[in-house]
Unconditional design. Sequence first.
Length: 274
Amino acid sequence: MNLQHLTKVAIEAALSAGKIIQKYMNANVIVEQKEAGSNYASQVVTKVDRECERIILSHLTPTCKAFDIGILTEETEDNGSRFKKDFFWCIDPMDGTLAFINKQPGFSVAIALIAKDGTPVIGVVFNPSTETLYHAVKGHGAYKNRSLWTIKNTNDYLTYATDKKLSDTANSAEIQNILNKHKTGLGLKSIKEIYGAGAVINAILVLENGPACFLKLPKKHLGGGSIWDFAATACIFKELGLPATNFKGEPLDLNKKENTFMNHQGVCYFNLTK
């Protein structure tokens, strides 16, 4: 498997999708609903999501044939190829559609290459709002705008990145206790929220605003994001030596058989060094 070549293709695909998003950023786009998780953010879809998926697939499909790679993408029904192939592409054509609809930052393109055992080996994220490219390759480090990326945490407060305000979140007291524990443990002065972004940009915000964290509590009903919401950033965190785990501290289940949702074990992204 030529990871460097596949990374180059994934980057080209993400940038192409980013151009489509940028074309529609100030336009009024019709919003549709689809069957997804239990929250509204997971149910909204637009023609922009579908256009992004088409152009990404135009880049990646030839590699599926050349390297015998499966595929999982948000706007197309899961064909099960991820269980049959040694590797599969995991695509979120536009994460943070709700933020895009509301014309606020927080949307992005995310592409990952995942091994059958759920190990992420390539992660690519493009933020169209800031025109920032992030990527990582297993064993080769993480990069920001194609330069090797080293995280430096300078804040004297803990940042909590979240899709919606803590006060509007179910089980907010449990999350608040987790945040307080880390604030006290690091000797920080306070906790600040950044809210409104999709899961992919929330993970990136954790890296850009350390010390910081992003959490999705385990829950019984379907939701908590899907595999494509976390695959690319899990690779980036891994290459930066930072944890992207479930609530047991175990690797994220990025090739879950029952469905694509992550609610069963929760999600924790931590950047807590000082």
